[in-house]
Design a binder for this molecule. Structure first.
Ligand code: NAI
Length: 499
């Protein structure tokens, strides 16, 4: 704590750099700035205590300061151990009017390169307010929501369940954090769970968790699914990835993408952006899918649709975008080409069997630089069948083929690069701010279910960004509006329209 602001960030000395980048980002985030102007002097979030878990980047800094401008008190942590931009975190703590010696900003608990222990500690600090707890959560991937729900559940049971041998490390670390938390203050989570009036969730994976909780009748407060605003998933997930996937590959490896065979696993919104970006660089892109509709879309867009097993021996780059688990197994990795690049941009690292890779007999890991690892398989090892070294070194000594894994299997666009650029995050975060205002001011009108924002607000977000790009919207005449049965002012589409 310094100047009354509690924080845990890498280096407050980076605040000036962060502040300069935040200033440039504000110009590229017209949606957030329009909301600041629209609500100037109104403070719709006055009284809101927002606990936020979302990648602590420059763009998120503009979101945080928008929430503050609208009257909220905020505490923040990142939702990924590698995604924090330390200069952005420092600038948010210092605030626009503070100094590193006397910070006047927002409590942030995040730095690039946290351990899992650090991660859950930061999440708990972010949810722990002096006096009253948070009344709003802003989540990305659902970890903050998970922590509150599990805390309430364990307090009710009076015990944290023991870890199972088969549990992933993340879960074991989480259970340990909860055990310590309950030992320190046993009524804490029930109080927090009872105080929160709403959560707004950023991403596909977090939304899935919310719908599961709601279906089991266990959701403790109403939720708004921000991801499925059209101006979120059809823009951030797609065009954001189109930008930041290549950025991550370049900063991580600097390998020429043109001419290479790149496999994109999953052809949802993220997969579509990923495939387009790789094709734009001249890669020969192959898609894998489980869903025939998305597979057919990929085929119509000109991509061969294959099983991963069929293309592994040719693949130079493999990117997972599914939000599913075990998509690339260690057996797949053992069969990849020498120095093939493997990365994930789905929310969690379990898309790749990183645990299996670490346990593979005879495997060695060389850390090339932060968030870039070469994993070397043993020569003639059980899985070294089709992986081959072009330099003929196979069989001479103990080294077999190697693969290059980015960000330890976690979101490579945020781990190896700086995530999506400001303009597209402005569309996402405008929905976040609108959703926070909606739930904070009208939570009594909502049940403990998952809701989406009305289309009219989606169109409002889009309109601001079309205008910022100098686009001219064609106004409907009254006659035309009647003919297609919409209002002149919108919404312009039915709910079932798919964009
Ligand atoms: P989506 O549901 O639109 O797409 C996922 C696709 O993967 C679906 O078409 C599904 O059929 C397919 N799939 C599922 N299992 C598969 C398997 N075993 N093999 C091949 N395909 C499979 O979801 P969306 O919005 O594209 O998000 C995907 C993931 O990316 C989520 O975890 C989401 O949270 C994350 N995300 C990451 C971002 C980033 O900045 N890195 C940005 C936005 C979303």
């Amino acid at each position: 704590t310094l100047g009354g602001v509690e924080f845990a960030v890498a280096d407050l000395g980076l605040a000036e750099f962060g502040r300069n980048e935040i200033r440039l980002a504000e110009h590229e985030m017209p949606g957030l700035m329009a909301l600041r102007r629209e609500y100037a002097g109104v403070y719709p979030l006055r009284g809101a205590r927002v606990s936020g878990s979302l990648h602590m980047t420059v763009q998120t800094a503009v979101l945080i300061e928008t929430l503050v401008a609208l009257g909220a008190e905020v505490r923040w942590a990142s939702c990924n151990i590698f995604s924090t931009q330390d200069h952005a975190a420092a600038a948010v703590v210092v605030g626009p009017y503070g100094t590193p010696e006397e910070p006047k900003g927002v409590p942030v608990f995040a730095w690039k390169g946290e351990t899992l222990e650090d991660y859950w500690w930061c999440t708990e600090r972010m949810l722990t307010w002096d006096g009253e707890g948070p009344n709003m959560i802003l989540d990305d991937g659902g970890d903050a929501t998970l922590m509150v729900h599990k805390g309430v559940e364990y307090e009710k049971a009076g015990v944290v369940p023991p870890a199972d041998d088969n549990d992933p490390d993340e879960w074991k670390v989480f259970l340990e954090r909860m055990r310590r938390s309950l030992a320190a203050d046993s009524g804490k989570w029930t109080k927090i769970g009872g105080g929160v009036v709403g959560v707004t969730e950023e991403t596909t994976t977090g939304v899935l968790r919310l719908y599961q909780l709601a279906a089991q009748g266990q959701l403790l407060f109403p939720a708004i699914n921000v991801n499925d605003s059209v101006t979120k998933s059809k823009f951030d997930n797609r065009y954001g990835i189109r930008h930041s996937l290549i950025d991550g590959l370049n900063r991580g490896t600097d390998v020429l993408i043109g001419g290479k065979v790149a496999v994109v696993c999953g052809y949802g919104d993220v997969g579509k952006g990923a495939a387009e970006a790789l094709r734009g660089q001249g890669a020969r892109v192959v898609v894998t899918e489980i869903d025939p509709i998305c597979a057919l879309q990929a085929a119509m867009d000109g991509y061969p649709v294959k099983r991963l097993e069929s293309v592994l021996s040719e693949a130079d780059i493999v990117i997972t975008t599914t939000g599913n688990k075990d998509v690339v197994t260690v057996e797949h990795m053992a069969r990849m080409k020498h120095q093939a690049i493997l990365g994930n941009i789905g929310h969690f690292d379990n898309e790749l069997d990183m645990a299996g890779l670490a346990r593979y007999p005879g495997i060695t890991r060389i850390n090339i630089k932060p968030q870039v690892d070469e994993w070397i398989f043993p020569a003639d090892g059980p899985g070294d069948g089709s992986g081959s070294r072009e330099d003929g070194a196979r069989g001479e000594g103990s080294r077999g083929h190697s693969i290059i894994v980015l960000s330890e299997g976690r979101l490579l666009n945020l781990g190896n690069a700086t995530g999506h650029p400001s303009f597209v995050m402005s569309t996402s975060f405008s929905n976040q701010v609108i959703a926070q205002i909606e739930l904070f001011t009208k939570h009594e009108e909502y049940d403990n279910e998952v809701y989406r924002l009305p289309k009219k607000l989606d169109e409002k977000v889009a309109r601001i960004h079309v205008e910022a790009l100098g686009g001219e919207l064609t106004p409907l005449t009254k006659e035309q509006a009647e003919y297609i049965d919409v209002d002149v002012e919108g919404p312009f589409k039915s709910e079932h329209y798919r964009y």
